[in-house]
Design a protein around this ligand. Structure first.
Ligand SMILES: NC(=O)c1ccc[n+]([C@@H]2O[C@H](COP(=O)([O-])OP(=O)(O)OC[C@H]3O[C@@H](n4cnc5c(N)ncnc54)[C@H](OP(=O)(O)O)[C@@H]3O)[C@@H](O)[C@H]2O)c1
Length: 295
């Protein structure tokens, strides 16, 4: 695979840099000599990292992705300081656990506000600058759950599927303008996601216990520290893989991280293909008869 030489002057802008994948990526990019705008709801949580690099290479800004005015202000400050944004990483996010019926309307909207509308607003604020530059790379951190849905995480899946849907269209819209899009689909990575960023729906409907009861209990046990859960994925290696994709002359539209994610995505692709083949005739025969005769 062709890897282009890394520009020392690339400017990264990362949401949710306080913890987990966002922090690991910010730290790794900084260690490699590039410049990062680290953003977090509470900038105090990133000041230690920013302080260990020269001020002309690391900037800490406040950014809650559900607040459009903070998005506009953070992008404005990043451009004012560095003049450009080369790599935008839409990483901020959290999960909600519960059957589709169990998550309140407010819980659904909050999930979409962060994981979908937040990322959408950030990229729409940065895109005019990238269009003007005729260059840039946007990494939208989705999940294996942005390609495969699971019982008990359907609302999270919905928000990540939505992010993937706009990313696919966006890639085709902005490729001619020199802007690249990569959807990142991590499997299970050892971050604070399960211990800190997973909300369990308040409502519990007994009918769903057989399908998601065990998952809910597992999540509660982890939160109550009754159960150790060691995800296989190493955030530092995820960061290095993302940097490798950004360095590539031909970055992937989808960057799948972790063997667990590859397994799940492969299983879905095979099942979709099998169903497509099994129902092909029914599908094709829905055209007007004259269209079918003309074939
Ligand atoms: N870890 C995994 O196994 C895994 C797998 C697939 C996908 N992902 C995705 O990876 C991304 C990062 O998650 P993680 O695993 O690194 O979890 P994490 O360690 O809990 O970090 C989540 C980050 O998102 C930030 N965040 C949440 N809501 C925000 C908001 N409204 N505005 C700004 N920042 C916000 C958090 O900031 P605060 O400190 O302010 O809370 C934190 O920095 C998420 O999009 C997640 O869906 C993770």
């Amino acid at each position: 695979m062709a890897i282009s030489s890394v520009s020392q002057t690339r400017i990264w802008f990362i949401t949710g840099s306080s913890k987990g994948l966002g922090r690991a990526l910010a730290e790794t990019v900084l260690e490699q000599g590039e410049t990062v705008v680290l953003t977090a709801r509470n900038p105090q949580h990133i000041e230690d990292l920013v302080a260990s690099f020269p001020p002309n290479r690391a900037l800490a800004l406040q950014l809650d992705v559900t607040k459009p005015e903070e998005i506009r202000e953070a992008v404005k400050q990043a451009i004012a300081k560095f003049g450009r944004i080369d790599v935008l990483v839409n990483n901020a996010g959290y999960g909600i656990l519960g059957a589709i019926e169990e998550v309140s309307d407010e819980g659904v909207r909050r999930q979409f506000e962060t994981n979908f509308f937040g990322a959408l607003e950030v990229l729409r604020t940065v895109l005019p600058h990238m269009r003007q530059q005729r260059s840039g790379h946007i990494l939208n951190i989705s999940s294996v759950g942005g390609f495969v849905s699971y019982p008990g995480t359907g609302i999270y899946n919905g928000a990540k599927f939505a992010l993937e849907g706009i990313s696919e269209a966006l890639a085709q819209e902005v490729t001619p303008l020199g802007i690249k899009i990569t959807i990142v689909e991590p499997g299970a990575f050892r971050t604070n996601f399960v211990t800190r960023s997973l909300v369990i729906a308040d409502i519990q409907i007994n009918d769903y216990e057989t399908v998601i009861g065990e998952m809910r209990k597992g999540a509660r046990d982890i939160l109550d520290m009754k159960l150790d859960f060691e995800e296989p994925g190493n955030p530092k290696k995820a960061a290095l893989a993302m940097i490798q994709a950004v360095n590539s002359d031909q970055p992937p539209l989808r960057l799948i991280l972790g063997e667990d994610a590859i397994y799940a995505i492969n299983a879905k692709l095979e099942s979709v293909k099998a169903e497509l083949d099994a129902w092909r005739e029914v599908s094709v025969n829905t055209a007007f008869d004259e269209v079918l005769v003309a074939k």
